[in-house]
Design a binder for this molecule. Structure first.
Ligand SMILES: [Zn+2]
Length: 917
């Protein structure tokens, strides 16, 4: 799955995906390995093994966690669903072939908000009193009249259910038809993690693989889509009945059903039919996605060594319901703007976003669908891997995008976001973090597992591991793993075993510290005159006093600038590099590919500052990120970061400037209301202006696509920093755009509209709103409504907020409008006040994953410690227990911001004073 809407969370980010090296292939070959394994290391290895409790075992069905008893295993489902669009309900029936492994008196399966109207086993009807449904536990229990013996049996159920407004189970999406503008409605499903049970009663845990055959009744002019091709279609009273071919054995959460007045375009790779499906009139906008899908499928067929196993692959654009994309096997669903590309109005970032999401979801066809994690505690196997694989594939075909370097999935071009690895590391440094592999006991916990740690730390660790093992050996291990476990489930241990076999290295031991314990290390570098460089590692933390100390096996990479590159597996608390010339700069964590930070002593830092022009952009970005993290942690003054930034060579490298923009944007929002705010804005403008002067407003012929993206970012940020010339420039271009929409390039629209929205008077606000209402393009619509959330005028903020509870935006977008206001407007108080009063209506539009974190997320924009008590008391009376981790995270964030704001303002003042002297 990609990009569940997490916009209202810390820093407001809500994408996913990202990073490593631009040139992994050349990199790994040029590394010379220096393995130093002193005696002590063996002792430490032993210690680590005993510290990391209960190292995980390979997949074993009987020992897999879960609520459902393992005595009864479903093997085949035949499901028939008839939906009623007049009252948004459906009627269903199913026959499930069961394999009973030891005699039972009860059948227990999952069901939620379903009414079971009849049940029979082997043709014998059960009395209604034998059927018990428990909505709280999400279980259906059937008490049998007599013992059901070992062997094959058949369960038949009749049931009814609800068609939801939000993306949970079966849901409906109202939309405006392209061209005619007519109001239409279509159907779709979203089951991961635990919502297949809202569509049909089932053994809804990933280890219960079965074949699913779906039959649906839909209006005659509709196209119905599921995992497999249509097997039979016939007219019946009230529409047509469509039966799909049965799926191969798979997990229940991978089922899909989409239907509506749809169009498609198609292509073919070998024996696989590929289609892009969209609402009528929009299929042609899927041309780019179709071409990319063909390219990606060929790449994966080769990489995984097992060709894509289904006869067809559909990429389906949904005009609402949910925000991201979902890897249903053979029928991937996407929020429309992550799949459709309009060359006339879409930006270069949208194009890149589409490619990355496609590559992520298609990687799941193998990693997730063909081979599935046994239980949700191993969700990272799906998501960390798909994120890493998707980035690798995207980088392979699109080197110009600097994928590993670029900021995280730019789901929302108007907003600056952190770099993906950085996003994960920021969260992982806090007291509220958790290991990549975490215990998951309940459905709510399964839904909460979709977070930055699972996706981004998972990806980041795999990148580090691939670069350590080498690209070819890593791929060989993956091929072995896929082949050995196809049509089955796995745990992380199965992956490490395959990689250990391929590499002859104890991958499980290296990995344990990274996946089974929280946090990550910082490596301290101290130089000695004799060429010796002692290294020590300790846990890196932010706002986390007395953190338990931990130890990692760190696959270190380093080079003497301009000299050799080498690796060292640091297994102990201390290690040392030898023969490093005292007058040469030493850089650790080459290309920033490792998931650790480095703190240099002053002599090393000064040598690095002198060598900046000789370092690659990856290494410079890595130094900037580490310096900023040390400032946040309080172990370095702000002068470390700004001193570095001021020494950077002039450049228009996207990633380097984005790192600055990300930091400056964060501070700009943090200092709202602080007396130092104006001084800071001035200083920040002086840092960004030179790059903008070089780029100018207008694109130059032949410039790289990253330059267009950077130009937009600079305009947006300088506008936010109150740069008068930029604000005027945006207003002038907006006026021109109103007269002639072609006058403004798609790449600049999000930024310019956002700046116009930020400083809008009521007339301009109304104009933006009117444009948003009128357009049927989801991307354009989003640009206009995003602009409305920028306003800082309380009167206009109060006009923006109520839009969240209207039907103007698709549900998944509408509800996050409030979070955007909280983040952008400088008035998180108004956003929270509105949400508190309208919580019921807002939660009605959120999917399962978003529910727990919605309210706590709105508090993460506060820097005022008094809000901590308010959140705690709100949570106590209003939030369910599964919200606790998100409440704790929000509390930590408020406390961090409050403390950091004070410390930062004082240090910044001193830094600027010193410069002015
Ligand atoms: Zn995913």
């Amino acid at each position: 799955m990609v990009g569940r809407d997490r916009r209202a969370r810390r820093g407001g980010r809500f994408g996913e995906l990202s990073l490593p090296l631009r040139n992994v292939r050349n990199q790994s070959r040029s590394l010379i390995r220096h393995m130093r394994v002193p005696l002590l290391a063996f002792l430490v290895l032993f210690l680590i093994r005993s510290l990391v409790a209960a190292v995980e075992k390979p997949f074993n069905f009987n020992e897999t966690p879960g609520k459902l008893p393992k005595e009864v295993v479903p093997t085949e489902y035949a499901i028939r669903i008839v939906s009623n669009l007049d009252n948004f309900t459906f009627a269903g029936s199913e026959t499930v072939k069961l394999n009973v492994r030891s005699p039972v008196r009860q059948l227990m399966l999952n069901g939620l908000e379903l009414k079971i109207e009849a049940a029979s086993v082997d043709g014998k009807e059960l009395p209604l009193s034998a059927i018990k449904t428990d909505n709280e536990k999400e279980l259906v229990t059937l008490t049998l009249p007599s013992e059901l013996g070992v062997g094959d049996h058949a369960l038949t159920l009749r049931f009814t259910g609800k068609i939801n407004q939000q993306g949970q189970g079966l849901f409906y999406m109202p939309y405006q038809e392209q061209g005619s503008g007519a109001r239409k409605v279509m159907l779709g499903t979203q089951f991961e993690a635990t919502d297949a049970r809202r569509f049909f009663p089932c053994w809804d845990e990933p280890a219960f693989r079965a074949r699913f055959q779906l039959t649906v009744v839909v209006p005659e002019n509709w196209l119905a889509v599921s995992n497999m091709p249509i097997e039979r279609e016939q007219k019946i009273g009230g529409g047509k009945e469509v039966r799909f071919a049965p799926t191969p054995p798979m997990s229940s959460y991978l089922n899909v059903f989409v239907a509506g007045e749809l169009d498609f375009i198609e292509s073919q790779v070998g024996r696989t039919q590929i289609r892009v499906i969209a609402t009528k009139g929009k299929a042609e906008l899927g041309r780019y996605a179709l071409e990319a899908s063909v390219q990606i499928l060929k790449y994966y067929n080769d990489y995984f060594g097992v060709p894509y196993p289904l006869p067809k692959l559909d990429q389906i654009a949904l005009p609402g319901g949910f925000g991201g994309a979902m890897e249903n096997w053979g029928g991937i669903t996407y929020y429309e703007s992550t799949l459709l590309f309009d060359p006339k109005s879409s930006s270069a970032e949208t194009k890149q976003n589409i490619y990355e999401v496609l590559a992520h979801e298609m990687a799941h066809m193998w990693f997730g669908d063909l081979v599935t994690m046994a239980w949700w505690d191993n969700l990272w196997l799906n998501e960390g891997f798909a994120s890493w694989m998707g980035s690798k594939c995207t980088a392979h075909f699109n080197p110009q995008w600097e994928v590993w370097l670029a900021r995280e999935l730019p789901r929302d071009p108007a907003r600056r976001t952190g770099i993906a690895k950085e996003a994960a590391m920021q969260g992982d440094a806090r007291s509220t973090t958790h290991p990549i592999q975490q215990r998951v006991a309940t459905e709510a916990e399964a839904n909460s597992a979709f977070d930055d740690i699972t996706y981004k730390k998972g990806q980041s660790f795999l990148r580090m591991l691939e670069s350590f093992l080498s690209e070819d050996i890593f791929r060989d291990g993956i091929r072995q793993y896929i082949d050995a476990h196809k049509y089955s489930n796995t745990t992380t241990a199965d992956l490490w075993n395959a990689l250990s076999d391929a590499s002859n290295k104890s991958v499980g031991e290296i990995a344990a510290g990274w996946t089974e314990q929280p946090g990550f290390p910082v490596v301290n570098v101290k130089r000695k005159a004799d060429g010796k460089v002692p290294l020590t590692q300790e846990r890196f933390t932010v706002n986390f006093k007395n953190a338990p100390s931990l130890l990692w096996q760190i696959p270190l990479t380093y080079s003497v600038v301009g000299g050799i590159r080498a690796t060292l597996l640091m297994t102990d608390k201390t290690a040392a590099l030898e023969n490093i010339p005292a007058d040469r700069a030493l850089k650790l964590n080459l290309n920033g590919a490792g998931n650790y930070r480095v703190e240099y002593d002053d002599p090393s830092w000064q040598l690095l500052l002198k060598s900046l022009p000789k370092l690659g952009v990856e290494d410079r970005v890595n130094l900037m990120s580490d310096a900023w993290a040390l400032v946040q942690a309080g172990t370095a003054p702000v002068s470390l970061y700004f001193g570095l930034v001021e020494k950077l060579p002039a450049s228009t490298d996207l990633a380097e400037r984005e790192q600055m923009i990300d930091v400056l944007d964060f501070i700009n929002r943090l200092l709202v209301g602080n007396p130092q705010h104006g001084k800071f804005q001035h200083y920040a403008q002086s840092l960004l202006r030179p790059t903008f002067e070089t780029l100018g407003w207008e694109p130059k012929s032949g410039e790289s696509p990253t330059v267009a993206t950077l130009r937009g970012s600079l305009i947006g940020t300088l506008g936010d920093l109150s740069d008068p010339e930029i604000i005027d420039g945006c207003r002038v271009r907006f006026e021109k755009y109103l007269a002639n929409p072609k006058s403004l390039l798609p790449d600049l629209r999000p930024a310019i509209l956002a700046v116009v929205g930020r400083y809008a008077d009521e007339k301009t606000w109304n104009k933006l709103h009117e444009l948003g209402l009128k357009t049927t393009s989801i991307e354009e619509k989003q640009n206009y409504y995003n602009a409305l959330t920028e306003t800082t005028d309380p009167k206009l903020i109060k006009k923006t907020l109520p839009i969240a509870i209207t039907d103007e935006l698709p549900t998944s977008r509408a509800v996050f409008l409030v979070g955007r206001v909280g983040r952008n407007s400088g008035h998180p108080d108004l956003a929270w006040e509105f949400a508190r009063k309208n919580m019921k209506a807002l939660l009605g539009k959120i999917d399962a994953a978003g529910m727990n974190r919605y309210a706590p997320g709105l508090f993460t924009f506060f820097s005022d410690e008094s809000r901590v008590a308010e959140l705690k008391s709100y949570a106590k009376t209003n939030l369910p227990a599964p919200s606790v981790p998100d409440v704790t995270k929000a509390v930590d964030e408020i406390q961090f911001r409050a403390e950091f704001q004070k410390r930062f303002a004082i240090q910044l003042n001193a830094w600027i004073e010193k410069k002015n002297r």
